[in-house]
Each structure stands twice: as C-alpha cells, then as structure tokens.
Design a protein around this ligand. Structure first.
Ligand code: AVI
Length: 323
C-alpha cells in the first residue's frame, strides 16, 4: 500500500482494496493528462457489462478466440504434458478453460484472481462438472509475484491467459507479466495465451464503439464506481465515451470526455475539467504475430506454435519456458 493509500485507509476506514483504489484514483486524476486504470472497470456491474460486450456482434475477440480453441484444442492438447497443473491468470467466464479441460488430461486447475468471491463461484461450478479434477483457487493479484500451492510442487505447469488481457497492459508491463509468469510457473513450464491482432481500423473502431452503447456504459461505469465506493460526485451525463485507434502505437484508446467545464469532488479533493478534456481509461494493444513472439522471446519464453482463425483476426500461442 502506498503512503497515500494507507492515510486514506485510516481516515475513511477503507479496506485494503478500497484504499488502493482511492490512492490510485486521486493520483491518476491529479495528472496533467488525467487517467484511470482499466483494472477498476471490473466491479460486479462492470464485470456484467463486460460479459455483455463479449456477446456483441461487433466485438469479435471472444467468439474468434473460442473458435480457435475449439478448432485447435486437439493440437494444443497434443503438445501439453499429461497430468499438468493448469494455472489460469484471471478468473472470468469458464467457457474457454472448459474447452481445454475437456480435451486435455490435467492433474489440477488453479484459477488465480484478486476477487475471492468470483473465484470461489467459478471453482465450485468447475468442481461440479469435473469431479475428478483437483481445483486450487488462489486469491492474488496475478500481475505481481505469488506462490502456487505446495501440493502442485511435483506437477508440470501450464499457464493459461486467454482473452487478450495482455493487450490491456503497457508493453513494458506485458513483458513484466510474461517474465513473472515464467518465474511463478518454473522450469519447463508451458503457456497458452490469446492475443488480439492488428486489423482493418474500421473493424477495431466498431468493436469498441458498438451501436447498442454497451462499451460506453462499461467505460462510464468506472465513474459510477468512484461515486459509490469513494463518495465522488461525477455526473455521468456530463461525460461521453470515446474509443479511437492510435495507429502509431498499435492500440485502441478509450477515453471519457468531459462535455463541459466542470469540477468534480472525490474524497475532499477537487478536480477541474475543461470542456473536451479526457480521462484516458484504457489501452487495448493489438499485436502482429511477429511483434508478440519477439516480445515473448525477450521475456523468458520460446514460441512453440501459433494458431489464428481463417481471417487472421486473433491468435493463440503456445510458449515454452526458455532455459
Ligand atoms: C478485457 N480486454 C481484453 C478487453 C479489450 O478488448 O481490451 C476490455 C474491453 N474494453 C472495451 N471493450 C472490451
């Protein structure tokens, strides 16, 4: 916890997670270019909105990755060791991991997520459907080092990081995550990872500016969360969602744009906005196969195989830990 966050925890009797949220929000809104971390999108309402996004006709990543996993799970299973512990970084919908669990003979499944409640529900559902599978949920921030359960010490390890969540990390954070995953999983580990690809800018634009406005609600929900958890007074109707493709940096950027000059208060601090001023809320980096595999090579992994859909929209990679 940083100094700011621990002072807030004391003053407001916040729990550890809310204090960290408060500290980050106050720091990030005080920047010359205001920003908020995309990790704060995912409260209960935000997670539900994200599930809705994955079903939108314009949002191709989820169904395309599922298609690749469905078509290629035989090939994926053929290169993974039998009896391995499958360690999933982040616990979301279980649809993707079920494809692997059905196809490969894993010895254990280890979902890792910061949200203990969500993790427990996910683990319970999988235990019911895969009674022979040992499930060891680990409550941890998977972007920082954490320990795997002792019971898995002798099993080979396979990491699973679907959904192109890696794309929401800055490139240096993505390298840091890959390196840390390599350390956590250990020697001879393998990794199966989903990565969204560069493509026609119109397709990208529409995926993040859907007609039904679900992505806009998802983006604005972070202001609602600040109001609810930190007693902020954001007027959600005074901000609009904007997503643009930044070609030079290969990324979709999401912003919340202030419609007017206004001042917002959060935890006794005032933040002034000019009309048209942005809060930068998310980057979603898009990779080429070459750029991703080069990054993996530089971060402790040797690319073993890459699969894409026929239209080359999305990619799934098998990596092996480098010596
Ligand atoms: C979770 N993540 C990979 C999504 C993405 O596409 O970057 C989050 C998202 N943001 C807007 N729509 C979906």
């Amino acid at each position: 916890m940083n100094v700011h966050a621990s002072a807030l925890a004391k003053a407001h009797r916040f729990d550890e997670q809310t204090s960290a949220f408060a500290g980050d929000v106050l720091d990030d809104l005080s920047q010359h270019r205001k920003r908020l971390s995309p990790k704060y999108f995912y409260d209960a309402a935000g997670s539900e909105l994200f599930e809705q996004i994955t079903l939108l006709p314009e949002y191709y990543p989820t169904r395309t990755e599922l298609g690749i996993l469905r078509d290629r799970c035989g090939a994926i299973s053929a290169i993974l060791p039998e009896g391995a512990a499958l360690v999933e970084f982040g616990a979301g919908a279980t649809t993707k991991v079920r494809l692997l669990l059905n196809e490969c003979a894993f010895g254990a499944y280890v979902p890792v997520d910061i949200s203990g409640d969500f993790l427990k529900a996910q683990a319970d559902a999988l235990r019911q459907d895969f009674p022979a599978l040992a499930v060891y949920p680990v409550t941890a921030d998977f972007t920082a080092p954490f320990a795997l359960p002792e019971a898995l010490a002798d099993l080979p390890k396979v990491g699973f990081f679907p959904g192109s969540t890696l794309g929401n990390f800055e490139p240096h954070e993505a390298c840091g995550f890959l390196r840390s995953a390599r350390d956590i999983l250990g020697r001879d580990a393998q990794m199966v990872i989903g990565v969204d690809l560069e493509k026609d800018e119109r397709v990208l634009y529409e995926a993040y500016n859907d007609k039904a406005g679900v992505t806009a609600r998802f983006n604005l929900n972070v202001l609602h969360r600040i109001n609810r958890e930190l007693g902020g007074n954001f007027d959600l109707s005074a901000f609009i969602h904007r997503a643009i493709y930044n070609r030079d940096r290969h990324r979709i950027e999401m912003h919340l744009i202030s419609r007017m000059a206004q001042t917002v208060r959060v935890l006794g601090h005032s933040f002034s906005f000019r009309a048209g001023e942005s809060i930068h809320t998310e980057n979603s980096y898009k990779y080429s196969i070459e750029r991703f595999t080069a990054m993996a090579r530089g971060s402790g992994w040797t690319p073993r195989e890459s699969w894409t859909d026929a239209a080359g929209m999305f990619s799934v990679h098998a990596l092996v830990a480098s010596d």
